[in-house]
Unconditional design. Structure first.
Length: 228
């Protein structure tokens, strides 16, 4: 459980920065979302930030308009808004899972504070979770690099009802604001951050394990030493 919780927390931490307006705006500029939507820079930022606010903070219904007027038609149509509500549900679920995993790690750390054997086993579990995440993300990244469209389709099929996530880039704003290139580059960036963070956790766990072993007389105590 500690290994799984470690992987979830690292992945959650890796995803969080890419939900920020700073990243989304940067990536939209890279993929030419202004040309795809026909929005000026100010309107593009306002519309995107409103959608991000409804997605991450909740409470909104994704009815932002292109000119900010209350009487104007929303940028997203009914089907697009429905999909964004579904996305928000998945994101909230993952956020709650990440918080629960973080709480579990905190409890495990508190319970292990007086027992060097349990503490050593916990470090080993954390290291395994981080290593597993690094390997899993690397494999997923390799698949995505050679077949991103297929991987994207499979991912959506796991979390959304069939037929609710297919949009036409010629007419649907949601894929003009966030085109395929946006998602492919963001996915790569998330993967890189997740792998680097996981390897950092592995390094820290090993370093602390080595330090504890030196204090204990050259070997980590108990079941962990036997397992190794």
């Amino acid at each position: 459980m500690v290994s799984i919780a470690t992987a979830i927390v690292i992945l959650g931490a890796a995803v969080a920065p890419f939900l920020s307006p700073a990243w989304v705006g940067f990536e939209q500029d890279r993929v030419g979302a202004d040309a795809l939507t026909g929005f000026g820079e100010a309107d593009l930022r306002r519309v995107t930030n409103a959608i991000l606010g409804d997605l991450v903070l909740g409470g909104g219904d994704f009815r932002v308009t292109s000119d900010g007027s209350a009487g104007s038609a929303p940028v997203l149509n009914d089907r697009e808004r429905s999909h964004m509500v579904d996305v928000r549900g998945v994101l909230r679920g993952f956020g709650l899972l990440t918080l629960a995993s973080l709480a579990m790690l905190a409890v495990a750390a508190w319970r292990s504070r007086k027992d060097p054997i349990v503490r050593s086993d916990m470090r080993h579990s954390i290291r395994r979770g981080a290593q597993g995440l690094a390997v899993g993300v690397a494999v997923a990244a390799g698949v995505a690099l050679v077949a991103f469209d297929a991987a994207f389709e499979v991912f959506h099929s796991l979390f959304f009802a069939q037929g609710t996530f297919d949009f036409d880039p010629r007419t649907d704003r949601i894929v003009q604001l966030f085109p395929d290139a946006f998602w492919s580059e963001t996915t790569i960036a998330v993967g890189v951050v997740a792998i680097v963070a996981a390897l950092a956790v592995v390094w820290v766990a090993r370093k602390r394990g080595a330090g504890a072993a030196e204090k204990a007389g050259g070997a980590e105590p108990g079941a962990l030493a036997a397992a190794r």
